[in-house]
Design a protein around this ligand. Structure first.
Ligand SMILES: [Zn+2]
Length: 227
């Protein structure tokens, strides 16, 4: 899952289906007894539980590498704590792909999808929805730690709902079963404008819902499409 749509070309390895990403994440979580974990998981804690050595120095031109034999994960340790944590989680996604036998090069979006399923385990997403419903502000309070866009996309994935997350200039989308979401058009811009103008959630007669979300450095709008 990339914040910005990237044109696929013939050389890109095919992305995995949702269920395959879920299965790879679950296999890794099961190894450390965290398959039923009901809160968000810190990638560093997961890496430690897996017995990995973490080195915050990646080869130049690369965000990270995984050495299965040496049980070592190298990652680019520069940038904000949130960025570094996200990168580390992404590398754990690569680890899960490698251990699941995925061919190299790995599909990058799938590595991020597996990473989301690792830091917000399925049981955690379900428990959060049980307490907070699909209100994004409450969900982010229920699942602290992972990047907010990841939390919101992951919950939509588990709840099998389509979502558009617009946060800090980035646009993330998710739809069940690999269905695409159209690029932002007049309808989406209107939903965003209404929420920004009123500062309150907005519901259309068709059941689409848009919420304002705002916290440290991230102002945004989350649109949950009618299920
Ligand atoms: Zn990668």
């Amino acid at each position: 899952m990339q914040p910005v749509a990237r044109a696929a070309n013939d050389h890109d390895p095919p992305e995995l289906a949702d269920d395959e990403c879920e299965g790879l994440a679950l296999a890794l979580l099961t190894r450390v007894g965290a398959e039923g974990w009901t809160t968000s998981l810190a990638p560093r804690a997961l890496a430690r539980a897996l017995g990995l050595r973490l080195l915050p120095t990646a080869p130049s031109g690369c965000r990270g590498t995984v050495d299965l034999e040496a049980r070592t994960l190298r990652y680019d340790g520069r940038g904000s704590p949130e960025t570094v944590t996200q990168r580390l989680a992404h590398e754990l996604g690569h680890l899960a792909l490698a251990e699941g036998g995925a061919r190299v090069p790995h599909p990058e979006e799938s590595a991020s999808r597996v990473a989301m399923a690792l830091v917000v385990p399925r049981a955690a997403a379900r428990a959060a929805v049980g307490r907070a419903g699909l209100d994004p502000v409450r969900l982010l309070a229920e699942l602290p730690g992972p990047p907010p866009a990841w939390v919101l996309v992951r919950v939509a994935w588990v709840a099998r709902r389509a979502v558009i997350v617009r946060l800090g200039g980035e646009r993330w989308t998710y739809a069940p079963d690999g269905a695409g979401i159209a690029p932002a058009g007049p309808w989406e811009r209107e939903m965003v404008a209404i929420v920004r103008r009123t500062g309150r959630p907005h519901r259309t007669i068709l059941g689409d819902e848009a919420w304002p979300v705002g916290f440290a450095g991230h102002e945004g709008v989350v649109i949950l499409l009618a299920g």
